[in-house]
Design a binder for this molecule. Structure first.
Ligand SMILES: [Zn+2]
Length: 312
């Protein structure tokens, strides 16, 4: 990672994010490690003179939260409210220097951004609906291929997945196979350490398949962000949650559209928004929410590629 000092007016910055944990339970000690490491990195860059934005949050639109609320005899809203407050309280008890904490079920800025992201993908032909049947593990919130199961059971939970048949919306990931390979091979997007880069490349070499990005609203028990134009479906929690890294920067909001605002230069006073140069603020190219470092060179640095599943 580059550590050279920025010169002149601070328009270069570092955007650091933590994973956003499920809030189906209170924080465990393992999560403290991640946030403390992210905080140390943020403080390091600040000391070097960089403008830094350290972003954290809570991943709330998950069926696991619905199940935990049922067990606890609470409404889902109350459960996520209570647990998200415990995660946010780490800021004080661990003396963390978060600049922002986004809640994916409660913050309207997140919902607006995710809806906009969905529509943007839809308009580009990246999203389509089809019938689907698959083996679904509720614990993982994902479908499995039979060959990936361990003696017919989820390799992580040891439980037998349910056979589920329904119509889902799919993201056309197969379309981006070459684009993604090029980004990683040519070094436009960096993944560190090398072992992880190789893992991603090998995953691409095996061929990328389109994947389901919605769930029936009935199966999600009405919890989640409804699919724009299709209220029978809610947006799959991973598609929704990963969007937090850009919705937190204002993607989808009318007045603070940092990523697609057509090149507005941040004012010097507005030090809480990510510093990006005017030419790099357009949100073009493949959807960058899949990537740890954005190909459109927003100078994002992420400490994690995906929301943490640490609180299961
Ligand atoms: Zn599982």
């Amino acid at each position: 990672m580059p550590t050279e000092q920025p010169r002149g007016v601070l328009i270069a910055g570092r955007y650091l994010t933590t994973a956003i944990p499920y809030v189906n339970a209170v924080p465990h000690i393992g999560f403290a490690l991640e946030v403390a490491q992210a905080d140390a990195l943020a403080r390091f860059y600040r000391q070097q003179g960089w403008h830094v934005r350290l972003q954290a949050g809570a991943d709330e639109n998950s069926i696991k939260n619905v199940q935990a609320a049922e067990t606890a005899g609470l409404s889902v809203v109350d459960l996520v409210e209570r647990n998200a407050a415990r995660f946010l309280a780490l800021k004080e008890s661990l003396d963390l220097s978060y600049d922002d904490f986004i809640r994916t079920s409660a913050d309207q800025r997140h919902r607006r951004g995710v809806e906009r992201l969905w529509k943007a993908c839809f308009e580009r032909g990246d999203i389509y609906k089809r019938a689907y049947s698959g083996l679904y593990c509720t614990g993982c919130e994902q479908f499995y291929n039979a060959e990936d199961l361990d003696d017919g059971k989820c390799p992580e939970h040891g439980t037998k997945p349910e056979l589920i048949e329904e119509e889902n919306w799919f993201f056309r990931l197969s379309r981006y196979e070459c684009t993604l390979r090029d980004l990683y091979v040519k070094g436009a997007t960096e993944i560190v350490p090398d072992a992880r880069r190789n893992e991603v490349l090998s995953w691409i070499e095996h061929g990328l398949e389109d994947f389901s990005i919605s769930r029936s609203a009935a199966r999600a028990r009405g919890w989640g962000i409804p699919v724009p134009g299709d209220p029978e479906q809610v947006i799959y929690v991973w598609f929704d949650a990963l969007g937090n890294y850009i919705t937190a920067l204002g993607y989808g909001s009318d007045d603070g559209d940092t990523l697609s605002g057509g090149g507005r230069r941040p004012s010097r006073e507005n030090t809480s928004s990510a510093r990006v140069s005017p030419v790099s603020t357009r949100f073009t190219g493949p959807p960058c929410y899949f990537l740890p470092v954005c190909p459109c060179r927003h100078e994002f640095l992420s400490t994690a590629m995906s929301p943490s599943r640490g609180a299961r």
